[in-house]
Write a protein that binds this ligand. Structure first.
Ligand code: SIN
Ligand code: FE
Length: 304
């Protein structure tokens, strides 16, 4: 587990070998870190974002932007005025486009073989947030989305710390392949198909989603990843005893990481932007390191 710092110089004309190496490092569970963000965010947009604060911290984890339908969600409609919402939407649209353009180039070996997922704006102080256990971000976890199964695509996230003065403080642990092997198979075993639909239903109920989403179709892989996310957050021994590495990302920096692979937690910080990509399995340069491959080896069968 390493943080690999990439300077503006190194971005200028990387060799194909270097580009493949960056992909391989990400896939293995390293964090690629840009001390100076490669994403241009106009100064007046930054000032607008820094002026925003959500009122009810338990209602919305963050504000999501869905690039494929150009929609914002999670906006505080009681207080936000239409003009501010439109401005925020425009800023998020541009952020999403800029990150996509940068990564299309920077991660050239992937050939943009990904699905563009949500972007988010995180205006709240992360320290001391009062959230239900499974939604807490200050507990180490690997990411999985309750309503968006990936079928083996990997969750790549790109972050900007836009706070003018404060760091965004993360703790991470050893990557999925190492972490998952500490647990006895019975604790985390993939479920047979019939049990998955039962588990999906009870998961939906637990999250209050049963009515809105009667049946989320997910693969055994997605089911496992969702349960593993919960299992890690709900496991005090893992939280206290696992190896921990701290990184405080400075203002104005960016970083990216496969968050389905690297257990992570954010302990403090305020004001971040983020864009998620679901990278298809066939795009990976070292598919054998993916959580899907690791789990299929343990299970001895396909999990899709
Ligand atoms: C998370 O993905 O758990 C949150 C990371 C962050 O907001 O810094
Ligand atoms: Fe996360």
């Amino acid at each position: 587990m390493a943080v690999i710092s990439i300077s503006p110089e190194e971005l200028k004309s990387p060799s194909q070998t270097q580009e493949r190496e960056w992909c391989a490092e990400l896939e293995a569970g390293d964090i690629l870190y840009f001390p100076q963000t490669p994403i241009l965010i106009p100064e007046n947009d930054l000032q607008f974002l820094l002026g925003q604060q959500q009122t009810d911290s338990s209602l919305h984890k963050n504000i999501a932007y869905k690039p494929n339908i150009d929609k914002l969600s999670g906006v505080d409609s009681k207080t936000a005025d239409a003009q501010a919402v439109a401005r925020l939407q425009g800023i998020m649209r541009q952020y999403s486009k800029s990150v996509t353009a940068f990564l299309t180039d920077f991660l050239a070996p992937y050939n943009a073989n990904w699905q563009l997922d949500y972007a988010s704006f995180r205006p709240q102080e992360e320290e001391g947030r009062d959230l239900p256990q499974r939604r807490r971000n200050d507990l180490l976890h690997t990411d999985a989305f309750p309503t968006r199964p990936t079928y083996g695509s990997r969750i790549l996230r790109f972050f900007n710390n836009i706070h003018p003065t404060r760091t965004r403080d993360w703790v991470v642990s050893d990557p999925f392949g190492q972490t998952v092997k500490q647990f006895v198979p019975a604790e985390i075993a993939p479920l047979p198909d019939s049990a998955i639909s039962r588990a999906a239903k009870s998961l939906g109920r637990g999250m209050g989603l049963a009515a809105a989403i009667p049946s989320i179709k997910r693969s055994p892989y997605d089911d496992f990843m969702m349960r593993f996310h919960n299992f890690l957050k709900e496991n005090p021994r893992f939280q206290s005893e696992c190896p921990k590495y701290s990184f405080n990302f400075p203002p104005g920096s960016s970083w990216m990481v496969y968050t389905d692979t690297v257990p992570h937690a954010v302990l403090a910080g305020q004001y971040a932007l983020e864009q998620t990509f679901l990278v298809r399995p066939e795009a990976l340069v070292t598919p054998e390191t993916s959580p899907l491959a690791v789990l299929q080896e343990i299970a001895g069968s396909s999990l899709l």
